[in-house]
Design a protein around this ligand. Structure first.
Ligand code: SAM
Length: 274
């Protein structure tokens, strides 16, 4: 069997791009390398490795977990079963945070519920003058995030904390969060990639807003005057999150759309500062 034969058989069972990504990962080459090696005979152990990856993907395991990587905001982020796989939807949260801190000489930023560290690392990469800290309750997630920071050469302070408890005495110019926001029992939790991701990163009570409620309560006292709280949320949660932010006393509350045109991020700022 040649590599092209294997790719043909794989395409009958999984998405053709996924087949290419898995083959490139297993053979240690890029997509151009796959074309160059298409007619090479595929011998063990490479063939056995590819077949195992194919079986796991056909059973639904996310490609990002199989290859241990996902690109986010131009960064190569390592991921594993202990963390959420960063989503393109979340890039709007990073863009909005960068706009909020653009005019500040040394912005203090906190990423709450950092998972793989993707958001914190993207902000630090784009704004090296910022002092970026990131927290998570999951030690497994923090270990992956810390390794990502080290490998990418980006300095972020990693903190183990139940939401903002461990940063009670600190003040931030921007607190960003992509918290769990899916309704417990939502059928999507039993479908696609979500089946393989940690439930503690996804579900948040009957209406999906339990963690957003906590953040909207805990964040305002930790914001500098004029500082922003920015949160990602579900496709239909923007009005509820704006209401939570207004109730928490934040001003200039608004929502922003993701690449699919869905209101995906809401935010507000502490009064004062300008
Ligand atoms: C939806 S994931 C987001 C991960 C990452 N920020 C991203 O966007 O890819 C939510 C994260 O919040 C963390 N988390 C859940 N409950 C938490 C809590 N009480 N305190 C701190 N972090 C929490 C989870 O461990 C998970 O890493």
């Amino acid at each position: 069997m040649t590599l092209d034969d294997w790719l043909r058989e794989a395409r009958a069972r999984i998405d053709s791009r996924d087949a290419q990504v898995l083959a490139a990962h297993a053979l240690g080459c890029d997509r151009a390398g796959l074309i160059a090696r298409g007619l090479d005979p595929l011998a063990d152990p490479a063939r056995a490795t590819l077949d195992r990856l194919l079986e796991r993907r056909a059973a639904g395991e996310p490609v990002a977990y199989l290859v241990g990587r996902r690109e986010f905001f131009g960064l190569d982020i390592a991921v594993g079963p202990g963390v959420l796989i960063p989503r393109p939807d979340t890039e709007v949260l990073v863009e909005r945070a960068l706009e909020c801190i653009a005019a500040l000489p040394a912005p203090r930023v906190l990423d709450a519920g950092t998972g793989s560290g993707a958001i914190a690392l993207a902000i630090k990469a784009q704004c090296p003058r910022g002092r970026v800290q990131a927290l998570d309750r999951s030690e497994a997630a923090l270990a992956i995030a810390r390794d990502n920071g080290r490998r990418l050469g980006l300095e972020v302070g990693w903190i183990a904390s139940n939401w903002l408890e461990a940063v009670a005495g600190e003040e931030f110019d921007c607190i960003v969060s992509n918290p769990p926001y899916i309704r417990t029992g939502d059928p999507h939790l039993a479908q696609g990639d979500l089946r393989f991701e940690p439930p503690s990163a996804l579900a948040s009570g009957e209406d999906g807003l339990d963690d957003l409620r906590i953040l909207c309560r805990q964040a305002p006292p930790r914001l500098a005057e004029g500082g922003w709280l920015l949160c990602e949320h579900g496709y239909d949660q923007a009005p509820a999150v704006r209401a939570l932010m207004r109730c928490a006393g934040l001003a200039d509350v608004a929502s922003w759309r993701d690449i699919a045109g869905i209101e995906r991020v809401s935010g507000g700022r502490r009064r004062g500062g300008d």
